[in-house]
Design a protein around this ligand. Structure first.
Ligand code: ADP
Ligand SMILES: N[C@@H](CCOP(=O)(O)O)C(=O)O
Length: 314
């Protein structure tokens, strides 16, 4: 999260008056994250998260995300729950943005990863995939391979200012990924989180205690979600691959949901695709983040090193 839209206390007080969650005690913008504006609200009834949806999220898709969170919570996962206003509405408009209040989850994300945490995360991801089964509404992945070419072209010219030769390296990498990407019905699909990075997972006593940030969730290959996590969790210092973390994450996942042979075969290309997807959105954001926003841009090159690793180049 981040803060792109500032809020005055009076605006927030008036907004909260349409809910039944007590009076505002304090609030502050959350600097972590990059997508939406987020505030931690303390009211006389407890803590809540206020999200103003800013960027990649389509307002028409918000009911799907909120419904997924509700479904997963009912299936036993710990994730934020949308809070309804007095009229029973979970989605409103504040400062011209679609806005939701969700429950606050206690817990902290891991600042230093280890094999045990990777194993736990793998198991939690597989449980999410199983729990998502009963949620039948689908959402197309707006950041699937067909979106990567246009995203790269929209950054053209800028890539090489970050690293000479980057644009042509990405064009070649992308061509191969798109050519080898599994066909639509080649692998099991379902509801995927699609952004289960360490900052979106809370742990307590070494066990996963909660998952947050479902606003990239979509219906896609389950093994692609695993590939995203293998990218995000198994490199230290942003470029050093840790094979023990990789194996632990895979084992944790397979202890709950064993992979099919087709999924195992596809994993190398799915890992390349996952690296490409985060590299491209980071590259786009590197150029397009407003200078006055409370946000820390993420380094695109951290995912170039991952891409090269999964391409077998070191
Ligand atoms: N439901 C929640 N409970 C507790 N903390 C939260 C919750 N949602 C977000 N946060 C805090 O806000 C930070 C950014 O949230 P995140 O959902 O990752 O943002 P974004 O939508 O921009 O990706 C998290 O790292 C966490 O500290
Ligand atoms: N995980 C993405 C950025 C968006 O996620 P957030 O949870 O940090 O807001 C990345 O690392 O590129």
């Amino acid at each position: 999260m981040a803060v792109y839209t500032e809020l005055a206390a009076e605006t927030l007080e008036a907004f909260l008056a349409t809910y039944d969650i007590g009076q505002l005690v304090s609030f502050h913008g959350i600097a972590e994250g990059v997508e939406n504006s987020n505030f931690l609200l303390r009211t006389t009834q407890g803590d809540f998260i206020l999200t103003l949806f800013e960027r990649r999220v389509q307002a028409s898709e918000l009911p799907w995300f909120l419904g997924l969170m509700q479904h997963l919570a009912q299936a036993g996962l710990t994730c934020p729950l949308p809070v309804n206003d007095r009229e029973g509405k979970p989605l409103k408009i504040l400062a011209g943005r679609p806005t939701a209040i969700t429950t606050f989850l206690p817990g902290v994300s891991a600042s230093v990863l280890d094999e045990g945490l990777c194993r736990e995360l793998g198991a939690a991801l597989a449980k999410l995939h199983l729990a998502g089964k009963g949620y039948s509404a689908t959402r197309r992945n707006a950041l699937a391979p067909d979106a990567w070419g246009p995203l790269l072209r929209s950054c053209s010219g800028t890539g090489d200012t970050i690293l000479p030769g980057l644009t042509s390296e990405l064009e070649q990498g992308l061509e191969r990924i798109v050519a080898e990407w599994p066909a639509k019905d080649a692998l099991p699909t379902g509801q995927i989180h699609a952004d289960l990075f360490p900052d979106n997972v809370f742990f307590r006593d070494g066990q996963v205690s909660g998952l947050i940030d479902f606003y990239f969730a979509c219906t896609d290959f389950l093994a692609y979600d695993l590939a995203i996590c293998l990218n995000a969790w198994t490199f230290t210092d942003e470029r050093i691959f840790n094979s023990a973390f990789f194996m632990a994450l895979l084992e944790g996942y397979e202890a709950v949901r064993p992979l099919s042979a087709a999924e195992k075969n596809a994993l190398p290309i799915l890992c390349q695709g996952a690296a490409m997807r985060f590299l491209l959105t980071r590259l786009y954001d590197w150029i397009n983040t407003p200078a006055n926003a409370l946000v820390t841009r993420k380094d695109p090159l951290a995912y170039l090193w991952r891409l090269r690793h999964f391409q077998g180049r070191h």
